[in-house]
Design a binder for this molecule. Structure first.
Ligand code: 13P
Length: 254
């Protein structure tokens, strides 16, 4: 059984005070952690205060990025070893915006993934496809290249993300068929590369224009195990509603 994972990706929004106020507003509404895992990926400087504020809860505070190296002369980078030392369990690697604006390559993302796994931080590995060509070679070649050298057993520590580029932050509505098809294709690829057992267990998330109105339908898609939410996660009320989507979906059925 794959536990649903709902993640807020704040990108470069919210200062420390705003981040802590947001936590104050949502912590008492966290869903049962046996049913849903919830995470927030804030800016790097807000991670430590947020980890401290959320320490008595199951909320995951997640890194948006980390360096290939754990220490040394790499000005401006973020060490995954030091994320681990703060109690961070997950780090996003290879988000579409990292690839687009910062020219991150498959090879660099691959090295980051291997470093994170070595340091005991679980990578959320992002792959970006086109909306019209979900099954295009792009997603598959990204997956193939960024997972090079990753042994099958480590897939238990990896979460995959499918984000169709056109749906990210562009105001385009998410398309549920695209979400399901992208996640399904990724699962097929994992099956081909690592076997059926691994494919059955790996969590695959969807990202792009998720909001309180469409999360229920997106999460009902059989191959979508979670969502990465940008804009709609910035409002505490909206995020609280989305992290409790199971409750909302249930009460609308009853
Ligand atoms: P939006 O939810 O703002 O489209 O951002 C999503 C995202 O970054 C998915 O990877």
């Amino acid at each position: 059984m794959r536990k649903p994972f709902v993640i807020a990706n704040w990108k470069i929004n919210k200062n420390v005070d705003e981040a802590l106020n947001f936590l104050d507003a949502i912590l008492s509404q966290l869903p049962d952690s046996d049913r849903t895992e919830v995470g927030i990926a804030p800016q790097a400087f807000a991670i430590y205060p947020m980890v401290r504020s959320a320490r008595k809860t199951d909320l995951q505070i997640i890194g948006q990025n980390a360096a290939e190296k754990c220490n040394g002369a790499y000005t401006g980078e973020i060490s995954v070893r030091d994320l681990a030392s703060m109690g961070v369990n997950y780090v996003m690697l290879g988000h579409a915006e990292r690839r687009h604006y910062f020219k991150e390559s498959n090879q660099s993302i691959n090295r980051k993934i291997l470093t994170a796994l070595r340091e005991g931080v679980k990578p959320i590995v992002c792959t970006n496809g086109e909306r019209k060509n979900v099954g295009g070679d792009n997603v598959f070649s990204q997956l193939e290249n960024v997972l090079a050298g990753v042994p099958a057993y480590q897939l238990a520590n990896i979460t995959l993300l499918f984000e169709p580029t056109a749906a990210i932050g562009a105001g385009n509505r998410a398309n549920i068929e695209t979400a399901e098809r992208g996640c399904w294709l990724l699962r097929q690829e994992v099956r081909r590369k690592f076997g059926g057992e691994v494919a059955e267990h790996v969590r695959i998330l969807y990202g792009g224009s998720v909001n309180p109105n469409n999360i229920g339908l997106i999460m009902a898609a059989p191959n979508v195990d979670g969502v990465l939410i940008g804009r709609a996660s910035l409002d505490a009320g909206s995020f609280a509603q989305m992290m409790n989507y199971q409750q909302t979906t249930l009460s609308s059925v009853i």
